[in-house]
Design a protein around this ligand. Structure first.
Ligand SMILES: [Zn+2]
Length: 496
């Protein structure tokens, strides 16, 4: 049935969307497929052309970039050097000057608003348009195509957030997921061991080509399968991990439980699909869509390939609200190719033959998983999704000291109301247990951790399970390992 549905999606639904809704995902995907056959030099020229057009547009139409008009118009050198003369854009600066980043020629009715949660300390609201999101989706399909996965292939999404759960209640949403995306959703933000066989039964019935989900949710499912000696019973093309740091330990668990390749997707809600793992295991940057720079945190200057630094993202397709050199909040490093400036000129020497540059380190944030009084695992993203919809809460941090004892720190703004706080607290009690002791503290700011990152969910005790006797949580490390291929806070958005 799901394979018949794939035929329907590929040969009827998508062509109809293209004809009547102007959907251009397949056209953008073709463009990306063309780009991945280019030489590194030609790829750089392609990127240069797109960047120059974006810069010219920004200084002419976007108030925040007007002061750089003369600089850009007089600029005779490389457009990459020109861009490097603009200051990096921090989330803080962007949030307090957001309206000045909106392009004057943007049609209000075509704007799509989007926001990130507060896991980086600052929730961010911004705008994009349909073509920008379609470029993100094309990048995802390109990455999936490297693993033999095509449009319409059945998938199971191991997902979990209150937003999606609310949507799950809507029949229209379910219909769309099941029949127009060929996707089955398994709400995993409260994974329960007794429900393991039900989940596996659902997956077997749908018979997906691949699983897709949060690294920690996939790892938890894998762990439950291994602990209970359960197998899927058929071969997946891949398990695709996204939205957070995929640690080597999680990768091992998932690989062991599903006996297939684990593919890492690196993206962010406010950055799009930035990088995808190829068959040779390298993280290739989708450089036709985004121009990435890695700079020293202190000096703001580009670091050498191979060295870690702050990631700056310039989305080459978002013209309605251009953010040039946007500091995403992740620390990354480009592969050391022995030449170039850590950008696309650092050509890939990957055995897969793809010319897109390679990231060797992506030190994202690690989400913590909490434990409820009834023993359910509650994903740290849960709190982030609640806070995202409470405008008066600027930042938060929740710490679980023990299964029964928590502290919630709140940084509020002028939109704050006690009702918002009560709603937040109510949701926490709903998932963690009515009788947990929750202390709320209002603070001026959330202090960053030793790594310099602000963590929004901290569990101070090991997860229960067979590995707990070692005093270590079984799958989620509390410190960042040296080598990992992780991800930013949220999954990149996709069209509803
Ligand atoms: Zn490769």
């Amino acid at each position: 049935m799901v394979w018949l549905n794939r035929y329907f999606i590929r040969h009827l639904y998508w062509p109809l969307m293209e004809r009547y809704k102007g959907n251009r995902i397949r056209a953008y995907l073709k463009e990306l497929q063309h780009c991945q056959k280019l030489s590194p030099e030609m790829l750089r020229a392609y990127q240069e052309q797109k960047l120059r057009a974006l810069l010219t547009h920004a200084v002419e139409q976007v108030p925040a970039y007007q002061p750089y008009r003369e600089l850009v118009q007089a600029g005779s050198g490389s457009v990459f050097e020109l861009l490097a003369q603009l200051p990096p854009l921090t989330k803080e600066h962007f949030n307090s000057h957001r309206d000045t980043y909106l392009s004057r020629d943007a049609h209000p009715e075509r704007l799509i608003s989007n926001r990130t949660g507060g896991s980086t300390g600052e929730p961010t609201l911004f705008y994009l348009d349909r073509p920008t999101v379609e470029h993100y989706e094309a990048a995802r399909w390109l990455g999936l195509s490297w693993h033999g996965i095509g449009i319409g292939d059945p998938s199971v999404m191991i997902w979990g957030s209150p937003i999606e759960l609310n949507q799950l209640q809507s029949k229209r949403y379910l219909f769309k997921e099941r029949w127009l995306k060929n996707r089955l959703m398994i709400p995993a933000y409260r994974l329960q061991e007794p429900k393991l066989d039900t989940y596996l039964q659902q997956i077997r019935r749908h018979r997906p080509a691949y699983l897709y989900g949060y690294a920690s949710a996939l790892a938890l499912l894998a762990e439950l399968m291994l602990r209970n000696d359960r197998k899927l019973g058929f071969t997946l093309k891949a398990v695709v991990s996204t939205a957070e740091t995929l640690t080597p330990k999680q990768r091992d668990l998932i690989e062991k439980a599903f006996a297939t390749t684990v593919v890492n997707e690196y993206g962010a809600r406010d950055g799009g699909i930035l990088s995808y793992q190829c068959q040779a295991g390298q993280m290739h940057v989708c450089s036709p869509n985004c121009y990435l720079e890695v700079v020293d945190l202190a000096t703001g200057r580009a670091v050498e390939p191979g060295q870690r630094g702050a990631l700056l993202v310039t989305d080459l397709n978002n013209r309605v609200m251009p953010r040039l050199r946007y500091q995403l909040g992740d620390v990354v490093a480009f592969a050391d190719s022995g030449s170039g400036s850590g950008t696309v000129s650092a050509s890939s020497t990957c055995p897969c033959g793809n010319p897109f540059p390679v990231l060797t380190h992506i030190d994202g944030r690690i989400d913590d998983t909490f434990v409820s009084q009834s023993g359910d695992y509650v994903h740290g993203h849960f709190f982030n999704h609640i806070a995202r919809n409470l405008d008066g809460i600027r930042a938060f941090q929740i710490t679980q000291h023990s299964p029964d004892h928590l502290t919630l720190k709140l940084v509020t703004n002028e939109d704050y109301t006690p009702e918002m706080e009560a709603a937040f607290v109510h949701e926490i009690h709903q998932v963690l247990g009515e009788s947990v002791l929750l202390r709320v503290k209002h603070v001026d700011q959330i202090a960053p951790s030793a790594s310099g990152k602000i963590r929004y969910a901290i569990r101070e005790f090991p997860l229960p399970g067979p590995a707990s006797s070692t005093g270590e949580s079984p799958s989620i490390p509390t410190t960042l390992p040296e080598e990992l291929f992780p991800v930013a806070e949220n999954k990149p958005m996709e069209l509803a």
